[in-house]
Design a protein around this ligand. Structure first.
Ligand SMILES: [Zn+2]
Length: 325
């Protein structure tokens, strides 16, 4: 008889999926085809993943309770009409809840590209959709000062309350970009903040810098998808820097301190920086320092780190930190 593996090694977590367009004729980098999206949902159903809504996710985070096994949450940024037309009926077939983050200035009665008020109300009532904010003007928060971010949040909230019966207070940052100022502001308001960097949401996450796996035709191919929805949350004590927009040195050093853990082998920690040779990794007890070999280019760059689970074959721990230059 097999002994059950001890559960102390992994921090319980939930995998966020982030989509934009679900269509066959929209910009490639932010689009997943209807057929591939259908395959994603079929995979989640066949493999008995627990798809939870935003309220449930928040409750686990705030009460620090265990997530269900194989936990997943599904999100869409920008509120495109094609999501309403193509994605929501498929989600409904599976009874999967989802969240749509709306940039409120774009949402109205005029544009056919975005969901209109009637569609939002129908989605909320009949399709188990939660609506939440994606700022008002969809300007990167990194370009805004504290007062401007406050204004974005306020305008967004006012309009969301007109569009939706009970909008959620969480925010998806425009372009997934956030600063310490934005994180601090959300924290004082007790609100969750979502980025667009890979990784697993857990009670070890910084709640104003929550990861979601971006999904598109390129990043959402079935093999990649299966890998990502089965990732595990690294047990993290602390990491720095938490603010992606401050780069005292270029390339920056990411420092991660892990909680005691026997399920991954430090020598198997594998990190990568897009477009570069692998970064330099230096361990000191349970703390690792990761530094890219070359200066980071203008714009967004992510450090991604993975390690295979020792007890669960084919499953990987995954952590990612974004830097903005
Ligand atoms: Zn957006």
């Amino acid at each position: 008889m097999l002994m059950l593996a001890s559960s102390v090694h992994a921090s319980s977590g939930c995998i966020g999926l982030m989509y934009h367009h679900v269509a066959d004729n929209t910009p490639a980098s932010t689009t997943i085809s209807v057929d591939l999206f259908r395959q994603h949902l079929a995979y989640l159903a066949e493999n008995q993943h627990s798809v939870i809504d935003l309220k449930t996710l928040e409750s686990h985070l705030k009460n620090k309770t265990e997530f269900p096994e194989k936990c997943v949450f599904i999100t869409f940024d920008d509120g495109y009409a094609d999501v309403y037309l193509n994605a929501l009926p498929l989600l409904k077939q599976h009874n999967f809840p989802s969240t749509i983050f709306l940039p409120t200035q774009n949402i109205g009665e005029q544009s056919v590209n975005y969901m209109n008020h009637a569609q939002i109300q129908h989605a909320e009532k009949e399709m188990n959709v939660t609506f939440a904010g994606h700022s008002h003007t969809h300007t990167s928060f990194v370009k805004l000062n504290k007062e401007e971010i406050e204004q974005e949040l306020k305008l967004s909230e006012q309009k969301l309350h007109k569009l939706s019966q009970s909008p959620h207070s969480a925010i998806a940052y425009p372009y997934g970009e956030y600063s310490q100022t934005a994180m601090d502001l959300l924290k004082t308001q007790n609100r969750l903040g979502f980025g667009q960097h890979s990784g697993v949401v857990s009670t070890d996450s910084v709640y104003q810098a929550l990861p979601r796996f971006p999904m598109s035709n390129l990043y959402g191919r079935m093999k990649n998808f299966a890998l990502k929805v089965n990732t595990l949350a690294f047990p993290i004590e602390h990491y720095s820097p938490q603010d992606p927009s401050v780069m005292a040195e270029n390339p920056p050093t990411l420092e991660i301190s892990f909680k005691e853990n026997t399920d991954f082998n430090p020598s198997q920690l594998n990190c990568f920086v897009a477009g570069q040779t692998p970064p330099i990794i230096v361990w000191n007890n349970r703390t690792v320092r990761i530094t890219a070999q070359d200066a980071l280019p203008k714009g967004r760059t992510k450090y991604n780190c993975t390690a295979p689970s020792q007890t669960q074959r084919g499953r990987y721990y995954w952590f990612s930190q974004q830097f903005l230059n």
